[in-house]
Write a protein that binds this ligand. Sequence first.
Ligand code: MN9
Length: 288
Amino acid sequence: MKFKGIIPALVTPFNEDYSVNYDSLKVLTNRLIDKGVDGFYVCGSTGESFLLEKEERKKILESVVEETAGRVPVIAHVGDIWADRAAELATHAAKVGADAVSAVPPFYFKFTFDEIAEYYKIIQNAAGLPLIIYNIPVLSGVSVTSDNLGQIIAACDVEGIKFTSNDMFELSKIRAAYPDLCLLNGFDEIFINALPVGIQGAIGSTYNIMPEKFSKILKAFKAGDLESAAQTQKQANEIIDILIKTDVKSGIKYILTKAGIPCGSCRRPFAPLNKEKTDLLDKVLELL
Ligand code: MN9
């Protein structure tokens, strides 16, 4: 399988005026490749997709594809509430050389699953690339399950699913029902719990700052050294626990900025970090 291992959901670095900082994006891309990541997920939740202009989403993708230069696969998140905008982004992703497209289900209007299946078909037809469904019920309000996934699979060719949910029972049901599907875990804090279910890898935000910890967990798990895998996950989770208290994306941007890659703040209405939160994050800097 082409999509496997540790795949950072890239943050979108901003300048002080909230414009996209492409210089930082390039430095981050290279730094993560040097750290051994297995791919990139661009303009997802962590990348603040829905706080970006369509043209910015295109340019960010182009920048990552160009800088990556084929060293690892690039997955473009093209999801949108409007199928035609998602299709435009999907066509663009294929044109500029992304390796796959991914999309959250259309949200807000409580679309039927027939409509959701049609949406994925539209995206796939527009891209002609492998399609990875992005299941993140906590944010999208839509749950892709082993039951309704069949409807999407009947409508189009699904390569995989990014499964961002703590429901490991559901994940195992999807694994059992679709043995050939590429399963990518979404919540970094339960990476170790998803491994025995049979995932191929994981897409997550904290791999922007500590991908090596997760590569280590994966390696230890494959070698049968569960104790070491659990130990490393525990260390990572101490950090994630703090990040969740500060808003994960904002916290990661602060840490990257401290590490010499200016990332700015998340776009409004996300609030800039206050002193209480930066104090907490300074602790993370010591733990990393
Ligand atoms: O892409 C990320 N989920 C969200 C997946 O951004 C909502 C995760 O990496 C989480 O940020 C992380 C912390 O809960 O696991």
